[in-house]
Design a protein around this ligand. Structure first.
Ligand SMILES: Cc1cc2nc3c(=O)[nH]c(=O)nc-3n(C[C@H](O)[C@H](O)[C@H](O)COP(=O)(O)OP(=O)(O)OC[C@H]3O[C@@H](n4cnc5c(N)ncnc54)[C@H](O)[C@@H]3O)c2cc1C
Length: 268
């Protein structure tokens, strides 16, 4: 194997420090992101760390791919400062309103456009949407194997992959071959800090911005138009509590409590 070409999917997400300012548009049911400061999705930093370690081991190249509005460039640069070689921002007004499927179509088209890619790493799930759909959908669209919740990963010099996937009651170990899409769990590693030399080096690293026409996608397959999922009706739950104070002897109180529970339907 002559080095690894790795794409890392990175999503800018609202800074948790500003969660109190997050609002949902009552008409569309979609998160209002305008004006919110972004950070790199935390799980994606673990994916990037895994990519950087693999390239240190086997040599190769790490390109980050993100679908986001143009203002995401500053956030994506943090990944360049960590050590990624290049960033591709897939950005177009036509991509707005994308559900996970339309997002995955755009990301998969970006990866195809990148050319030969041995491995696609992503976070297992995002901190905001958190559906964990995207890595598997990208794998399906690209027609290659995919794993998620991966906590340990080894790739040997013959491009054989061994991985450990976290399950509800333990883990399973799987073997396969590249190319593959892998959703990295936060337990896999500790992302490196961005150093000052890293931040300075990031200024000169290539950043490409590609839109719908560059990716050759049908406008009906992206953004709101290409999204089969639509958020349902949103309403704020009305919480009402009723209290009643009972006084008396314990045995008598117990009988009255049982009677109240029966009359309110809690006990049959
Ligand atoms: C009808 C509808 C409209 C929507 N409109 C908008 C909108 O206008 N603007 C908006 O921002 N969101 C919108 N969303 C939310 C958007 O669909 C999700 O943010 C997106 O599909 C990713 O899903 P997720 O966060 O659940 O990712 P997950 O599947 O939980 O993410 C797993 C991993 O996939 C990768 N990944 C996920 N998304 C991206 C990305 N964009 N770029 C690179 N890597 C990624 C990351 O590595 C991430 O860790 C909309 C959703 C619906 C249903």
């Amino acid at each position: 194997m002559k080095g690894l070409n790795i794409s890392v999917l990175v999503k800018p997400v609202p800074d948790p420090g500003c969660y109190e300012s997050i609002q949902i548009d009552p008409q569309t049911g979609i998160l209002v992101r305008e004006g919110l400061p972004n950070i790199l999705n935390p799980a994606d930093k673990h994916a990037l760390e895994a990519a950087l370690q693999l390239v240190e081991q086997h040599s190769g190249r790490v390109v980050m791919v993100s679908m986001a509005p143009p203002n995401a460039l500053e956030t994506v640069k943090e990944g360049l400062a960590m050590g990624a070689d290049e960033a591709w921002l897939l950005s177009d007004r036509a991509f707005a309103g994308a559900d996970t499927l339309a997002t995955s179509r755009v990301l998969a088209a970006g990866i195809k456009k990148l050319g030969l890619c041995d491995l696609v790493l992503a976070g297992s799930e995002s901190a905001d949407g958190g559906t964990a759909h995207v890595p598997s959908q990208v794998g399906e669209i690209l027609g290659i194997s995919h794993l998620t919740n991966v906590t340990w990963l080894n790739i040997d010099t013959d491009a054989n992959v061994r991985a450990r996937m976290k399950m509800e009651n333990g883990y399973i170990e799987v073997e396969g071959a590249l190319p593959m899409v892998i959703g990295v769990s936060r337990g896999m590693n500790v992302p490196r800090y961005t150093s000052l030399p890293g931040i300075l080096a990031a200024q000169d690293k290539p950043v490409k911005v590609l839109g719908l026409n560059n990716l050759g996608l049908d406008p009906g397959s992206v953004g709101l138009a290409g999204s089969p999922t639509q958020p349902g009706k949103l309403s704020r739950p009305e919480l009402k509590r009723q209290g009643e104070r009972l006084e008396g002897e314990p045995a008598e109180l117990a009988k009255r409590i049982v009677a109240i529970m029966r009359s309110s339907g809690v006990l049959s």
